[in-house]
Design a protein around this ligand. Sequence first.
Ligand SMILES: [Zn+2]
Length: 300
Amino acid sequence: MAPAGLGVCNAHDHLFLRSPLLPGQELDDAAAAAAELAAFRTAGGASVIQWTPYGMGRGAAELPRLARESGVRIVAATGLHQAAHYPPEVLERLRSDLAAVFVAELAEGIGDTGVRAGMIKVAGGFHGLDRHARYTMAAAAEAQLATGAAIGVHLELGTGALDVLDLLCGELGVAPDRVVLGHLNRSPDLLVHRTAAEAGAYLAFDGPSRAHHATDWRLPDALAALADAGFADRILLGGDTTTAGARSVNGGPGMPHLLRRHRARLGLALGEDLVTRFLTANPARAFAADWGRSGATATA
Ligand SMILES: [Zn+2]
């Protein structure tokens, strides 16, 4: 699809997610995912980037039907989360050639679903990068350079952004504008935000769909500071629904909250035109890739 086809984009969210760290809260119900997408569509949404990586119940086989029936475009992910989200034997199996797994999922498909991933998700740690993070980021960089796909990074509590950029861009040769830093809203350190934007990375402010976080109220000021400094074109917005209870269809804020309340709230602070850019033009640039270079033809 052409990047402009993304339309109003939820740049970081989840339709399916399973982790031993969130027992009993799995997103594994396709009917609930369909209802959530329908609610997002009704609120004006056109596309969702699902940052669920390898081995966390991505529901890849379900995504084409859900996209068709809802009219919402869905971008799937490859990549790997922090080690704590996996049984040790799964990680052991992947160790031999993780980059090849990522490239295969981007260029050929996830398992035998025929559904190709459109981005690479990895994760940092709290103010640092452990061995697992360094290994997965090296593999992600290799896959990025081979395919052009963007890398989305879970920053633990919003920290470690500059360590991630030093590694991915400084050491591993990834262009800064191929990196999307996630969860920066959880660490409202405006100096770090600005430094990351100056480096050329995209900054994803995601999480209004999650349980309350103490830094939520800092978001309008953080975005205004970036925009005032000339970095409005680096900002992305997402919902990041990670538990069943957070879905709108279960009484939580869910995906529609991003457009129903969050967008209006940010519009009051920043002006609606700017917020519309965060939701349309910016994600279209951030997640665009020249898929021809990976030897494949078109994306679903
Ligand atoms: Zn997420």
